[in-house]
Ligand binder design. Structure first.
Ligand code: S3P
Length: 460
C-alpha cells in the first residue's frame, strides 16, 4: 500500500541562531515546568501510531528530534494533529502503516531512526531511512544485525544510514543479548517483536532507561520483565509476545529530566540559589545524575512523586551550596564508571563541567559510547573545557578534569551538538567574563526553549 502524506512538515528549525552570549551569574532563582521528556515522547508517538484509535499525547516534547518522529509517522500514513503542547494521533494498527513515497528523514535523531527501524522491519513494504550528516555517521549495525536475524533485509552504508529496510511480516521472534548497553537497541528489538511470531526477548547486562517497557504496559501490551540468569552480572530481560494488537490510550508526558539537569547543576553550584522543577520525570533509570550531585554533597531533593501514564513524576528542589565545593578528599577525583555510565549517558558532558568546579575534580571512564553520540562527546567536552581554562586529560573511554577551576569565558564550538551547547552555557554562568556559544540554535534538537527559560531564572 502506498500512501499520500498529509500535513507534512520538515523537522528542521527555520531560523538559525548564530550565537548566544552567556554572562556570569550570581545565582539561580525560580520555579520551572519543562516541555515533555524526549525519550518518552518518541515512544508515546510510536505506540499511538501503532494502536487502534485516537490517542492524545499531552505535553509532547517540543524538540526537533520528536518532531522528526512525527513527520516520519505522517509519511507512513498516520494522521497527526498538533495543537499547542498536545499531539493527537489517529492510529490504524500495526498493519495499517503504508509505504512512504520518499525517504524518511530522521534529522539528527538517533532514537527516531533506531526505534522506527524496529517498526519498519516488520512491515510488508520497503522503506529508506536517512538523516543529517551527524546521524549518517552514527553506528546503525547495532540495530541492523538483530533485525536481519528476525528476517528483515536491511542494507546500510557500512553499518551507517541511509538504511534500506525491506520489511517482512511476520518477523521471527528471537532471544537477543545486547552487545552495547543501549535503550535504543533494546527498544528497537522489542518494537520489532510486536510484529514477530512468538516470544521476543532482550537481555541487557547493564541497566538502561526502561521507557519502552513502561509505555508498552501503559498501552496494554503484555510484557514480561525481570532478572535474567547470567553469571556474575546483574542482567535483566524484557520480553514481548507477538504479533499483537492494542488500543489507543492518552498519555501525559512528564517534563524532561535531562533538560532540567542543566538548570539543576547551575543552581546546585551557585551559592544562594533556589530552584524548583515541577512535574518532571523521575524514572529511576534516569535520575542517577541527581544521586551523583547528592553524593557530591550538593543539596538536591525529589518530592511529591506520583505516577502519570506509568512513569514516576515529581518535583526536584535544589539549593545552591554556600560553598560550592563539597568537602572531601581534595586529592582524589570523583570517579564515574562501569554500570553507572548508561544511566548517566546524556548528562556526562554536564557532569564534566560540574567536575571542574568541585574538590578533586572528576574522572569519567568506560564511556567510549560517548564518542558515538550527536558529536564525539569526549572530544567536544575536552576541547571546550580546555578553551575555558580547565586542565583536562582525554582517554579513549573518558576524561579527567581538575577541580576548583576558575573557568574563563571563551568561544564554545558545540559542533552541532545540543547537549554540548547547553552544558557549556552552564559553564559560562560560573566563568569569569563572557562565554559565546556558537551555533546555539542546535539546542532545538532537544530543548528549543533552553535560552528563553534560562534568562529569567538567572540573577546577575
Ligand atoms: C535514548 C537512549 C540513549 C540516549 C538518547 C536517548 C532513548 O541512547 O543517549 O539520548 O530515548 O532511548 P542509547 O540507548 O543508544 O545509549
Amino acid at each position: 500500500m502506498k500512501c499520500r502524506t498529509l500535513n507534512f512538515s520538515p523537522p528542521r528549525p527555520e531560523v538559525k541562531i548564530l550565537f548566544v552570549i552567556i554572562q556570569p551569574a550570581k545565582r539561580i532563582r525560580g520555579s520551572l515546568v519543562l516541555p515533555g521528556d524526549k525519550s518518552i515522547s518518541h515512544r508515546a508517538a510510536i505506540m499511538a501510531a501503532l494502536a487502534e484509535g485516537k490517542s492524545r499525547l499531552q505535553n509532547y516534547s517540543t524538540s526537533a528530534d520528536c518532531s522528526a518522529t512525527l513527520s516520519c509517522l505522517q509519511q507512513l500514513g498516520v494522521r497527526i494533529e498538533r495543537t499547542g503542547k498536545d499531539v493527537l494521533l489517529d492510529g490504524s494498527g500495526n498493519d495499517g502503516l503504508c509505504a512512504p513515497e520518499t525517504a524518511l528523514d530522521c534529522g539528527n535523531s538517533g532514537t527516531t531512526m533506531r526505534l522506527l527501524a524496529g517498526i519498519l522491519a516488520g512491515q510488508s513494504f520497503t522503506s529508506i531511512m536517512t538523516g543529517d550528516e551527524s546521524l549518517r555517521s552514527r553506528p546503525m549495525q547495532r540495530v541492523v544485525e538483530p533485525l536481519n536475524m528476525m528476517g528483515a533485509n536491511i542494507s546500510s552504508q557500512a553499518g551507517r544510514a541511509p538504511l534500506v529496510i525491506e520489511g517482512r511480516h511476520p518477523l521471527q521472534a528471537i532471544e537477543y543479548e545486547l552487545l552495547v548497553a543501549s535503550a535504543q537497541v533494546k527498544s528497537c528489538i522489542l518494537l520489532a517483536g510486536l510484529s514477530a511470531e512468538g516470544r521476543t526477548e532482550v537481555i541487557e547486562n547493564e541497566v538502561t532507561r526502561d521507557h519502552t517497557e513502561r509505555m508498552l504496559r501503559w498501552f496494554g501490551v503484555p510484557i514480561e520483565t525481570g532478572a535474567a540468569e547470567r553469571e556474575g552480572v546483574n542482567a535483566r530481560f524484557a520480553a514481548v509476545q507477538g504479533p499483537t494488537r492494542f488500543k489507543a490510550r492518552d498519555v501525559l508526558i512528564p517534563g524532561d529530566i535531562s533538560s532540567a539537569a542543566y538548570f539543576i547543576a547551575a543552581a546546585a553550584l551557585l551559592p544562594g540559589s533556589y530552584l524548583e522543577v515541577r512535574d518532571v520525570g523521575v524514572n529511576p533509570t534516569r535520575v542517577l545524575f541527581l544521586n551523583q550531585l547528592r553524593a557530591l554533597s550538593l543539596d538536591v531533593t525529589v518530592d511529591d512523586s506520583k505516577a502519570e501514564s506509568n512513569e514516576p513524576v515529581g518535583t526536584v528542589r535544589v539549593r545552591g551550596a554556600d560553598t560550592p565545593r563539597p568537602s572531601r578528599d581534595p586529592e582524589a577525583p570523583r570517579i564515574m564508571d562501569g554500570l553507572m555510565i548508561p544511566q548517566l549517558i546524556d548528562e556526562l558532558p554536564l557532569l564534566a563541567v560540574v567536575g571542574s568546579q568541585i574538590e578533586g575534580g572528576l574522572e569519567i571512564r568506560d564511556a567510549a559510547e560517548l564518542r558515538m553520540k550527536e558529536s564525539d562527546r569526549i572530544a567536544t567536552t575536552v576541547a571546550n573545557l580546555r578553551a575555558m581554562g580547565a586542565a583536562v586529560e582525554e582517554f579513549d573511554d573518558g576524561l579527567r578534569v581538575d577541580g576548583r577551576t576558575r573557568l574563563h569565558g571563551a568561544k564554545i564550538d558545540p559542533r552541532g551538538d545540543h547537549r554540548i551547547a547547553m552544558a557549556f552555557a552552564v559553564a559560562g554562568l560560573f566563568a569569569k567574563g563572557e562565554t559565546e556559544i556558537e551555533d546555539a540554535g542546535c539546542v532545538a534538537v532537544s530543548f528549543p526553549e533552553f535560552f528563553d527559560l534560562l534568562e529569567p531564572v538567572v540573577e546577575r
